[in-house]
Design a protein around this ligand. Structure first.
Ligand code: ADP
Length: 440
């Protein structure tokens, strides 16, 4: 606009100069002072021309700087396009490739010249080409499609799971002139989704297997318990009879049958209890009881095992009685499991069972030994079912690895808490806090 005005202005000055020139020629002889006037006029026209020239220079300067900015912008866009991490392609409205960046060339694994002027459809998996053509034909009306999943294939025909975003490029009048495609390789994402799906299925299968295992454990231990009770009963009878006979070998064999049957029955009972606890089917039979009395009876029952190993089993309490409402059978089971472990894993020193009243309607049961102790790394794991710290030493000592898992589940059922403190080579202390009465 400004340039038009300047050229108009220069034209006017030229015309005026021309007129002056002609006037000067005709008037030169007749009137010299007219000539002087003309020269002055010419002078001012020349000055105006200078001004116009200066203005032109300024405009030229601004134009040059604008051109440089545009060039820098173009360069920046080109670099962004060229080095974008995702594949970018520009096609005409029929899908013929006009431009493609490096990522696109890498994605399709073809030389640039094979991509340019080629149809983008030819890089789409055969089975999806007609759907792709359908998309192409709709683009003029819908303008943009986002994250459309399509399988593409490169030169070596390997499949590329892609998510395509495409939009129309328009001229300044709004007319669609090209299509800009962003092709994102989602093969890795697809693979991890498939992997995740597989893992979820496996997880479901494992849960089902776990459920079947629990069910099997419950059924089998239930089925074994009745014959095992019969075997134990009959072997007791047998032992009674053969112990009156002269043959000590027979008595010894009958005694071993009784011991082993008893052991097997305990194991079956543990399995059954654990199955019930896991299935949340174990019911507590609550009654008023004296915790101190239950503790004393349990200690008495196990004392001879401790004495057989030459260690003392002490009962420790400041109270005369500790009345609570709980399930005596399950309380005894908790104390028996902890005490038999303490005796099992102690070679010298003593095992102590302590029961104490605590403020806020709670009681404390402590089982302490001076045995082998448990490494900190194993202290959480020992509560997992079938987990044993050291298979060799435990095998010598016997056990199923269910004792502590049962203790933990029972304590939870009784709304209590359980903690352990242990030092390798120095001994272990288990602490259980229970409410004197359960809250429902
Ligand atoms: P187990 O039938 O093997 O005794 P538990 O669940 O009762 O099963 O115990 C799990 C493991 O924890 C034991 O095998 C043993 O390695 C460890 N453990 C339990 N109590 C003690 C303890 N008082 N001292 C040392 N180790 C213990």
């Amino acid at each position: 606009m400004e340039t038009d005005l300047t050229s108009e202005y220069i034209q006017t000055v030229q015309q005026r100069t021309q007129t002056l020139y002609q006037t000067t020629q005709t008037a030169a002889h007749e009137s010299p002072h007219l000539m002087l006037g003309c020269l002055e006029e010419l002078q001012s026209a020349l000055e105006e021309l200078h001004v116009a020239e200066e203005e032109l220079r300024q405009q030229n300067k601004s134009l040059l700087s604008a051109q440089r900015t545009i060039e820098a912008e173009r360069q920046r866009y080109q670099e962004l396009f060229e080095f974008a991490p995702d594949a970018y392609v520009v096609t005409d409205l029929y899908g013929t490739v006009l431009e493609a960046n490096r990522a696109a060339i890498e994605l399709f694994n073809v030389p640039y010249r094979h991509l340019i002027q080629n149809s983008l459809v030819s890089f789409v998996h055969k089975e999806q080409r007609s759907a792709f053509r359908g998309l192409l034909s709709q683009l003029l009306t819908i303008h943009r499609v986002q994250e459309w999943e399509v399988t593409m294939c490169g030169q070596d025909t390997h499949s590329i799971d892609s998510a395509i975003t495409v939009e129309t490029v328009r001229d300044f009048q709004g007319k669609a002139i090209a299509l800009r495609w962003l092709i994102r390789d989602v093969t890795a994402r697809k693979q991890s989704e498939a992997q995740l799906h597989k893992l979820q299925l496996q997880n479901l299968e494992l849960t089902e297997i776990d459920r079947l295992k629990d069910q099997f454990m419950a059924t089998i231990s239930h089925e074994l318990r009745t014959p095992m009770n019969a075997i134990l009963g009959f072997s007791h009878l047998l032992l009674k009879r053969v112990s009156t006979m002269e043959d000590s070998t027979l008595a010894c064999m009958a005694d071993r049958i009784v011991c082993n049957s008893q052991h097997l029955l305990t194991l079956i009972e543990e399995l059954l209890d654990f199955s019930k606890l896991k299935a949340k089917k174990l019911q507590l039979r609550m009654t008023e009881l004296d915790l101190l009395k239950v503790a004393d009876e349990t200690a008495q029952e196990l004392r001879h095992f401790a004495e057989q190993k030459g260690i003392a089993l002490n009962l420790d309490s400041a109270q005369q009685a500790l009345p609570i409402v709980s399930d005596p059978v399950r309380l005894r089971q908790i104390m028996t499991n902890l005490l038999s472990n303490a005796i099992k894993f102690t070679e010298a020193g003593q095992v102590t069972l302590g029961v104490w009243g605590l403020p806020a309607g709670r009681v404390l049961i402590v089982v302490q030994d001076t045995g082998i102790g448990i490494d900190p790394a194993d202290q959480e794991r020992i509560f997992q079912e079938f987990w044993q710290v050291n298979q060799t030493s435990t095998r010598l000592n016997g056990g199923t690895g269910l004792g502590l898992a049962i203790v933990r589940s029972l304590v939870e059922l009784m709304q209590g808490s359980l903690s352990i403190e242990s030092q390798v080579g120095r001994g272990t202390t288990f602490r259980i806090e229970l409410p004197r009465q359960l809250k429902y």
